[in-house]
Design a binder for this molecule. Structure first.
Ligand SMILES: Cc1cc2nc3c(=O)[nH]c(=O)nc-3n(C[C@H](O)[C@H](O)[C@H](O)COP(=O)(O)O)c2cc1C
Length: 153
């Protein structure tokens, strides 16, 4: 059986919800990527957005799982200004040499999901199945999308 790890960054919990739903399906381990820069409040929001836009890395907490020990990593992030969050970007760069098979998911409010997905593919230089979930989608829509995603990864 494939060894699967879900790793995600979430600032306000939306991406975490999707990560938790995926975890229920895969019954696998999960890693929350922690941004050590303060992303709270208006200033944190702004600095996060600017860092994302400029494709900057950040400081993240040392992950507790060794990505190279897994067959499949399902990696998630919110979309920030059409980009990956700096925390996920940093995680990917730090693990670039040891990336297993990948799948990608993102959550977003209105647009930028396709751009963020392209950034993911470009940065990892890998093929990956992609799931994006918009904040206003209802539970049924999300369930259906998740089921389709799970089926193909
Ligand atoms: C700094 C910042 C930039 C954002 N940029 C975008 C964007 O470009 N497009 C979009 O649809 N949503 C954008 N959003 C909204 C988030 O992607 C969306 O609310 C996401 O689901 C939040 O996930 P989280 O709760 O896991 O942090 C942005 C949010 C923040 C804080």
């Amino acid at each position: 059986m494939k060894k699967v790890l879900i790793a995600y960054y979430s600032r306000t919990g939306t991406t975490r919800k999707i990560a938790d739903l995926l975890k229920q399906s895969f019954n696998c381990e999960i890693e929350e990527i922690i941004d050590l820069k303060n992303r709270k409040g208006v200033l944190g929001n702004l600095s996060g957005g600017v860092d994302a836009l400029l494709q900057r890395q950040t400081l993240i907490k040392q992950p507790t799982h060794d990505l190279s020990a897994y067959d499949l990593a399902i990696l998630g992030t919110p979309v920030w200004f059409g980009n990956l969050s700096p925390a996920l970007r940093t995680y990917l760069v730090q693990n670039r040499k040891y990336l297993p098979q990948l799948a990608f998911f993102c959550t977003f409010a209105g647009k930028g999901n396709i751009n963020a997905s392209k950034k993911f593919l470009r940065l990892t230089e890998k093929n990956a199945r992609i799931l994006s979930v918009q904040n206003n989608e209802n539970t049924e829509e999300i369930k259906e999308k998740l089921n389709n995603f799970i089926r193909i990864i």
